[in-house]
Design a protein around this ligand. Sequence first.
Ligand code: SAM
Length: 450
Amino acid sequence: MQLPEHLLDELTGKPGFDRTEFTDAHAHPAPTSVRLHPVKGKGLFEELPRVLWCEEGVYLPERPVFTLDPLFHAGAYYVQEASSMFLQQALQVAGAEAPSLRVLDLCAAPGGKSTLIASLLHPESLLVSNEVIRTRASILEENTSRWGYMNNWVTANDPRDIGKLEGYFDIIVVDAPCSGSGLWRKDPNALNEWSEENVELCSGRQKRIIADVWPALKPGGYLIYATCSYSQAEDEDIADWIADAYNAEGVAIPVADTDGIVCTTSAVANIPGYRFFPHKVTGEGFFLTMVRKKIDETTHTMPVYKWQADKKVQHIAQQYFGNKDVTIIPAREGNYSAIGSQHIADWQLLQKHVWLRRTGTAVGMPAAKDWVPDHEVALCVDTSPQQWLDVNREQALKFLKREEMGVALREKGWLIVRYKGLGLGWVKSLGNRYNNYLPKHWRIRMNIDE
Ligand code: SAM
């Protein structure tokens, strides 16, 4: 792999950089890592090595065909590059586990950071995962549905629209679009697209994104900024730009000397930054920095809204949540969703300003004399146990292909198809056959017999 001389020259002499070792690392394939779901992934891959900076991160000895693993479809783990799991450390320093926070993942598709944040947040908190590119927002929606947290909502807006939610978020994560040099091992084609001009272009866009969203950060709130670029113009210089433009303070994240993470500081404001080089860590190129907005006198007060749920629908849908305090709200195309009742005001405020693609957990819709449950109920970790149908791997894959499963017939009714105790989706038993309710666009398309 021929790495650009310009970038190598820029990095030479910088902390932690070694030209030969860095170049040699690019002759080796990127490691494969996954991050376990804290509930659904318990006990998985216990014998495998862990990612040093993320308890749920695991290295796999080789890259399997994830599509052929029903546990992947159940959301037991997320396939994620190891370095970027460092976000967990930043979130912990920012106090993200405290209850009743509002957290924004601004550039969220396909959902790696969002699923990590959702795993860490308190159930009373709210995570808004946003993706401006609509086709990518669909992938984000699917991945966050699979992860299964009711308090993880999805929006598809330009950062400028989100910026109108003045002082609303306690933590904002900006995993910015960048020149992508850190991912050359995974995507060698990106090397051909790399240029100094593109780095400059990305740097300008990164500043614009932050400027647009900055008003939405609460005074005293944290902004976590990350890229998968090695270029200073997209990394430390952005930290300096934030410090200068907003008089924000840098926040240090403790790291162990043995982890191979390189601690840097920005040239002007000395904002701490964390660099991941493939010759120093088992992972790809990554950069993260965190700043805190100055505390001022303004306080954000939530408007008070009243919402009267449809009693009949509330009663039917509540059965999925046991004693949990949820409110059922109308969703797209005659569907209904469940949100934590503490988030009613958030729902009403957000829908005034942004396009909510997913609000809470979709619970389904009435049809004739029946209630058709939504796929998300089967994947959600906030639901109570429902009637189920346990299947083996082969039957699970048949279900995921929307084919005849070859399972013994059961009495009539709705059943969640489960593999190793984890929900994959719904079937309706008609007594003489099962109707498969896996959404068509979730269907496995590859040949499972190969
Ligand atoms: N956070 C994601 C994850 O962990 O899976 C990866 C995000 S990726 C590095 C950057 C994202 O920013 C992309 O999904 C891209 O579509 C989005 N993006 C591109 N241009 C943008 C813009 N002008 N404003 C906000 N987001 C943008």
